[in-house]
Design a protein around this ligand. Sequence first.
Ligand code: ADP
Ligand code: ASP
Ligand code: MG
Length: 406
Amino acid sequence: MALIVQKYGGTSVGSIDRIRNVAQRIKAERDVGNQVVAVISAMGGVTDKLITLAKEISPDPTERELDVLLSSGEQQSIALLSMALNEIGVTALSATGRQAGITTSGSHTRGRIEQINSNYLTSCLADDQTIVVAGFQGITSEGLIQTLGRGGSDLSAIAVASSINADVCQILTDVDGVYTADPRVVPKARKLPEISYDELLELASVGTKVMQSRSVEFAKKYGVKFEVRSSLNNNPGTIVTEEHEAMEAVVIRGVSIERSQARVTITGIPDTPGMSGRILGALAEAEINIDMIVSNIAADDCARHSFTMNTNDLGRAQVALKPVLSELSCDAAIETEAGIAKLSCVGIGMRSHSGVAAKMFEALGEAGINIGMISTSEIKISVTVEEDQIEEAARVVHTAFGLDDE
Ligand code: ADP
Ligand code: ASP
Ligand code: MG
């Protein structure tokens, strides 16, 4: 008998038929003697619809109330799935984040899981119940509902698996596993049999939406091995685990794209210590994530900083930067450019192979795609390109690294 945590995403519970399909899959596990804790997302599109409703009432709703609203999507789906299970003879109990003992902290709409008091889950399991837990939500120590950021049910599932010491943790979704690139963008992408935490973490943090990046970080920290696989078939998926030596033989594990990026350039900054800290500090205070950072000295001997961020954050960034810049220098100015996208190549094999950047840049050059900013880490190279060229860029780089499924 195994204790299995299964996470089903929005598409997998996106209709009544899909919910019935999930119930049958859980029943199949129960029939062979396994215990199941299912962690469920809202039905596909529901979270987006709730956000749209909120924005109709107020362009800037309070995040406290947004959390109360958004968490209701998962509350619907856990009840429906529990009903579907009971209907086919599997006794099941739903549990909200609060009932499942998930304590969170941090900001509303992007809470962090602090701890899980698994007493309720373990007592239900001791009674041999099947439990359906609401993903994406928890409760603060003050008793407020908090959500975990978009895609946060992945994090709920990994944390629940860790807290109850599950034998298996499966992330069931609408693709067969983690591919070398988004199969919707790169039709020749291949399913990976395995991937290391670090590689998936890097991919997820630069746009690969198949797993929420914070969930992979949590899995790595607590050593939760998990599998990403399809909720619609029984094909083997992708095992996400610690790296091992054989993994380094592959130079690039995957290619990722991130759309809707904007570049912000600040010019006319005095070239003295402390300036970058002031600028980035203002953005951090406004909780704006910035990514690629390039600094240099311009012809006027002033420093020039460029960085990328999501286009949605551009307005808030300008507001946050304005007072700081006028304090720093009367010549300081901001330029912005939207309509760019980021292409990244990731692989732990990069540590032991040279010439990776050259190969990527050559492939883009041959395709007539111009590179904007560049940044690298030990296992990742990212470049910006015009957004309307990003899909072609992903395909040519995928081919250049021999990742195509022939
Ligand atoms: P869920 O609703 O199950 O959480 P998501 O929509 O969040 O599912 O994630 C699955 C989607 O991730 C797939 O439909 C796929 O288009 C996208 N995706 C992006 N990059 C990849 C990749 N490298 N491998 C697999 N899927 C990817
Ligand atoms: N329903 C939430 C979202 O759409 C959480 C999730 O699906 O993981 O982001
Ligand atoms: Mg998801």
